[in-house]
Design a protein around this ligand. Sequence first.
Ligand SMILES: [Zn+2]
Ligand SMILES: [Zn+2]
Length: 338
Amino acid sequence: MKTIVLEKPGNFIRTETEPPEGPGLGEAEVAVLRVGICGTDLHAFRGRQPFFSYPRILGHELGVEVVAVGSDVEAVKVGDRCAVEPYLNCGICIACRQGKTNCCEQLQVLGVHLDGGMRERILVPAHKLHPSDSLALEQLALVETLGIGAHAVDRAKPKKGESVLVIGAGPIGLSVIQFAQVAGAHIVLLELNKGRMEFARSHFDIAHGMENLDRVEDDLRQAFSGDLPTAVFDATGNVNSMNSAFQYVANGGRLTLVGLVQDHVTLYDPEFHRRELTLLATRNSQSKDFGRIIALMESGVVDTQPWITHEAGFEDLIESFPTWLEPDRGVVKAMMVF
Ligand SMILES: [Zn+2]
Ligand SMILES: [Zn+2]
């Protein structure tokens, strides 16, 4: 079957691999029809993804159709179209025992630690499939991305009307904005890229946008009637931004680091204590997020169709992929169509 393999940094190949032998107990075989491309894939391509080994079949944001199920599987049936929760957890570690399957000690993510979806068919545990009767395949492939924002917002739990600062409006920042908006927060966005700011403003309820770093604290106080925001989300993955974010949080507030950086994030302890800040990390998402997101998409509350700005098929993915790294291409979300 048709497969795209990332052989080593910067080098994809189109090839043929053996199809799966058919689903075992608890498994489903699915046809992969859409593959969303994200920062993780771009980092893997550039050779900058930590703890990543090559060769690897990428693809963890998947819109699939079930083609066969194991004899004991009842949750999904042949023909179901599904989003895939690509986080394979062990079920026995302390995190799993507490229901925190998203940060399992043995976590293996399809397309990252294990081979993923850039091939015609894969086997997945049936309970990691989240079906929808009505969503388009592109929408299903975006559920994983949205899960990052849904879980991040769930970590900080902003209340209705709460003042929230989101830093960074790439796809992850957008997914944070989306669920902060669902929570009814009053959202200010800090994003230095004009195109991204424009995109966020045209699709979300942004109360105030900041496009430079000159007077961030003053600007924030102006936007929030004299106060700093009580919840700040950093979705940049940029260490300078993450270090600065501490000073944007109101006394008693919380800072959630959504983006990940291969570096030390530092804080000045007297300020951290003076403000009695809460610092939160967030990683992946959980099964319950997938169901909730699909319901929100089905009811039209969440609409990610405008996010998909670029597409490529099996035949032209390898040629298109490097161009998606160029900032002036204006890529919000690129998708592979099988
Ligand atoms: Zn992703
Ligand atoms: Zn575990």
